[in-house]
Design a protein around this ligand. Structure first.
Ligand SMILES: Cc1cc2nc3c(=O)[nH]c(=O)nc-3n(C[C@H](O)[C@H](O)[C@H](O)COP(=O)(O)O)c2cc1C
Length: 372
């Protein structure tokens, strides 16, 4: 039997109404180049370079839905409003011209927002549970009516993506933001039917996906990103067993999710005791849906979300991608997403296709702060 080769990554992949030219996805990366929520003039060229570099699908950086409490960080793009959407149209056109497909990642930060943050300092965060300090509500506990509003806001975002001509939509339900705050029992200590059992903790996510599916109709891909790890807790877990994971993923698949984007810091590590299977491999087996694996592809160090904008040592050296090929060939995942390696070197895909590993630029803090 011949060993699997890099060609495995360059097979096309059917994606909704379109076809991806290969299996390599640019992972979502917040870059904060969108003052007032409007993608700035350098944003389209930034994405275009990655498309020219050969990536098949680009998932945009997290982009805020039109709920008043969706945001927490400055210079992150909005996915609503004429000026922001005009900016996104330019990004999409640039990416398309260079042969890649693109989907926006819809984002609501939940309780990461606190009262006092821009754009409206009077708007508190909205999370599963209230946070009050010295009589000030920093975070409001979400009501059923708020859940409806937020789900509708996701639905409008997805419909906007469809109307603008994007190839699908991605939902950020990972890393400790709003949807994940419901999944995780540490942040979800509600006393109602949205807390406690794993079924209850996924109800809000299911509502969001159902609302999106209703807004876009059948055939428009919904990519759902989840993770065990959180920005500030690498060992956190939403599912303690494969059975729990299966409950979450099957509920989401039934609601309309098409592809699971399984965010890990190292894509190959075993997810649960007693098995070598990675989280992506489990997700594929349990959901019956295609999955994207991500985490330390092409780099020797994992993503350091705790320090990622500080000048701490976040450098990572270039590695080969033998494990990606091996694990893909054994059916663990369908697509692979790459974040920092493609941030540092826009031509990463083309270089691995040519087997020119020696030419690939490593990931450094300087690369992270630049926008090339
Ligand atoms: C600068 C930077 C910004 C990121 N922003 C986002 C984001 O907006 N949404 C998201 O889901 N993940 C975000 N991530 C996580 C990446 O998508 C990815 O999951 C993580 O970096 C692991 O992949 P890697 O090892 O290839 O870097 C970000 C990562 C980096 C380095």
């Amino acid at each position: 039997m011949t060993a699997p080769t890099i060609d495995l990554l360059f097979r096309p992949f059917a994606f909704g109404a379109t076809t991806l030219r290969n299996r390599i996805v640019m992972a979502p990366m917040t870059r904060r180049r969108s003052p007032e929520g409007v993608p700035g003039p350098d944003v389209a060229p930034y994405y275009r370079r990655r498309a020219e570099g050969g990536v098949g699908l680009i998932i945009s950086e997290g982009t805020y839905i039109d709920h008043p409490a969706a945001s927490a960080y400055p210079n992150v793009p909005n996915f609503f409003g004429a000026a922001s959407l005009a900016g996104w149209s330019q990004v999409l056109a640039a990416v398309r011209q260079a042969g890649a497909k693109m989907i926006p990642q819809l984002w609501h930060v939940g309780a990461i927002r606190q009262c006092g943050m821009e754009p409206d300092a009077t708007v508190p965060g909205y999370g599963p549970c209230a946070q009050i300090a010295d009589g000030t509500t920093l975070v409001k506990a979400i009501t059923e009516a708020d859940m409806d509003d937020i789900a509708q806001s996701y639905g409008r975002g997805a419909r906007t993506a469809q109307d603008l001509g994007f190839d699908g939509v991605a939902v950020h339900a990972a890393h400790g933001y709003l949807i994940d705050q419901f999944f995780w029992d540490v942040t979800n200590r509600r006393a109602d039917g949205h807390a406690g059992s794993i079924e209850n903790r996924c109800r809000f996510a299911v509502q969001v996906i159902r609302t999106i599916r209703r807004a876009v109709g059948p055939g428009f891909p919904i990519v759902f990103r989840f993770s065990q790890w959180k920005m500030n807790d690498y060992d956190a877990r939403i599912a303690n067993t494969p059975e729990e994971l299966g409950i979450i993923l099957r509920a989401l698949a039934k609601a309309g999710a098409d592809i699971f984007d399984v965010s890990a810091r190292r894509f190959w590590l075993p997810a649960f005791a007693g098995s070598d299977l990675s989280l992506a491999a489990w997700a594929r087996r349990l959901s019956g849906k295609p999955v994207i694996a991500v985490g330390s592809v092409g780099l020797d160090q994992p993503h350091q979300s705790k320090v990622y904008r500080r000048p701490d040592n976040v450098d990572a050296k270039v590695t080969d991608i033998g494990t990606v090929i091996e694990r893909m060939s054994q059916g663990d995942f369908d697509l692979v997403a790459v974040a920092r390696a493609i941030l540092a070197d826009s031509q990463w895909v083309e270089k691995i296709r040519r087997d020119a590993f020696g030419e690939i630029k490593p990931f450094t803090h300087a690369a992270m702060m630049a926008y090339e």
